[in-house]
Write a protein that binds this ligand. Structure first.
Ligand code: HEC
Ligand code: HEC
Length: 435
């Protein structure tokens, strides 16, 4: 499009130059004063329309808020052109005027059919159909990065997080602490070594001492590093990295959710894309897409594989919770429970962030001389803490630890349920009812 515009613009200039030349030529070649006047008049009209055309073309792209109006604008331009030509070729004038009128009507109709609906919200968005098998390894790696971090190139951004939610727990770069989960740098290489760990019990799942012995009865253990990664995603409690188990289970149970299951529900192609990113971002040759999908098929039975339809529905909104769920489920789906202790919510025993007793604490925060946020009431403060965690950072907790995505990833209804619940949690009082 850019090239086309540049070309059209230079053609506009050329036409202008030719007409200017004509003007000079008429001055010297035509002797009859009346004919000379007419010729000068016509060339002026020609110049003006050329200028207009030139401006129209130059603005073609930037106008209309970046939306293409190629058809109606072209038709309007053709209409004008035919009328101007009628001026020059007087013997064809009637014909051209009729033609011009027809184009005018066409322009009007296409403008009506094409313009109005777009202004009112437009055509349905082009459906993004993912054809996984036809993607290059680079495109698959980009998809993987989008799933993990929410966008291409976001892997080093603080707090970036995508549908896969991995950065809630995992660090991905050298020097970043992985206190909640292992740093995933080097996982392609490490994966092969873990198979040799006697506790992994390669080839004999019955000897495992973990909560789960196999991903499903008969699945067996991984035979390669690639399969280990697939198994880690599908069955986190089949092998638990020492020191990272759920507290009190003696590393028998993993806190990591199985990522092909709700709420994360990645499909097999999505899981494969994640793995390809894990390999290729370290400059390694990733196994082929088909090989990886096969590795997942070993650990995820047919019935447990997320359907393509579900994937689309989740992808369209990519909400963690839509607000129809009871509040305990919302808090679990959004992983608040992994970081916060929340009275009355089963499983909410996290200690990465403060205990949430906002019925008592929110008012204290507002009175804190260091509070610089914009909230005026307790409920506003709670909402602000969730959608803009850096507005006020609770001491002694670090800034930038709580994800900054909840404003986009939770529906308004879900946010309201959370705020309602948290505002009723008071220190020393029995927890509110879950609704
Ligand atoms: C709620 C926290 C949490 C989330 C979310 C999470 N993980 Fe994990 N993950 C863990 C913990 C804890 C471990 C270590 C215990 C274990 O082996 O299961 C782990 C282990 C792993 C391992 C094995 C690591 C090793 O060194 O052997 C891989 C691979 C992995 N996770 C990948 C992922 C990916 C990819 C995602 C996102 C799609 C993800 N995890 C999401 C907590 C999480
Ligand atoms: C990865 C860990 C993490 C997750 C997940 C997380 N938080 Fe937090 N949250 C923190 C940390 C750390 C703080 C303290 C620092 C700050 O204020 O930003 C905090 C602060 C807060 C506060 C302010 C508390 C106070 O006493 O003033 C609220 C409210 C809160 N979080 C709610 C939530 C809710 C609701 C969710 C889920 C939708 C959630 N958090 C998810 C880590 C997390």
């Amino acid at each position: 499009m850019g090239n086309l515009i540049a070309e059209a613009v230079s053609m506009g200039w050329m036409a202008l130059a030719i007409i200017a030349g004509l003007l000079v030529y008429f001055q010297v070649s035509i002797s009859d004063p009346a004919a000379k006047k007419r010729a000068v008049f016509k060339t002026f009209i020609g110049m003006v329309s050329c200028l207009l055309l030139f401006m129209a073309i130059a603005n073609y792209k930037t106008n209309f808020y970046g939306e293409s109006r190629l058809l109606p604008v072209s038709l309007v331009m053709i209409t004008v052109t035919t009328f101007v030509m009628a001026l020059y070729f007087t013997n064809l004038s009637a014909l051209l005027k009729i033609g011009g009128m027809m184009f005018f009507i066409a322009a009007f109709l296409s403008g009506y059919g094409n313009w109005l609906p777009q202004v009112e919200g437009g055509f349905p968005p082009v459906e993004e159909k993912k054809t996984w098998d036809s993607m290059t390894p680079e495109q698959l790696a980009d998809e993987g990065e989008k799933i993990i971090f929410g966008g291409v190139g976001k892997n080093k951004e603080q707090g970036a997080i995508g549908k896969g939610q991995c950065p809630l727990c995992h660090a991905f770069h050298a020097g970043m602490l992985g206190e909640r989960a292992p740093n995933l740098l080097g996982i392609p290489e490490r994966a092969g070594q873990i198979l040799e760990d006697p506790k992994y019990s390669k080839g004999d799942p019955s000897k495992r001492e973990y909560e789960q012995k196999e991903a499903f009865p008969g699945s067996g253990t991984a035979e390669s590093g690639l399969e280990y990664i697939a198994e880690s995603h599908a069955c986190p409690s089949c092998y638990v990295v020492a020191g990272y188990g759920v507290k009190g289970t003696n590393d028998k149970q993993s806190p990591m959710p199985a990522i092909h299951k709700p709420p994360i529900s990645l499909s097999l192609p999505e899981l494969a894309a994640v793995d390809i990113w894990l390999y290729s971002r370290e400059g390694r040759d990733a196994p082929s897409f088909e090989e990886i999908v096969k590795a997942y098929e070993k650990f995820i039975p047919e019935a447990d594989r997320p359907k393509q339809e579900e994937e689309k529905a989740a992808g369209a909104t990519s909400l963690m919770a839509d607000g129809t769920e009871p509040v305990d489920q919302i808090l679990a789906k959004a992983q608040c429970v992994a970081c916060h202790t929340i009275p009355g919510i089963p499983g909410a025993i996290g200690t990465i962030g403060p205990k949430l007793e906002e019925g008592t604490t929110a008012a204290l925060r507002l009175k804190d001389p260091e509070y610089k946020g914009t909230a005026k009431s307790a409920t506003e403060y709670i909402m602000e803490s969730i959608v803009d965690p850096s507005a006020f950072v609770v001491k002694p907790f670090p800034d930038n630890t709580m994800p900054k995505v909840f404003g986009q990833k939770l529906s308004a209804g879900a946010l309201k349920k959370i705020v309602d619940y948290l505002s009723q949690v008071k220190t020393g009082a029995p927890p509110p009812k879950i609704s």
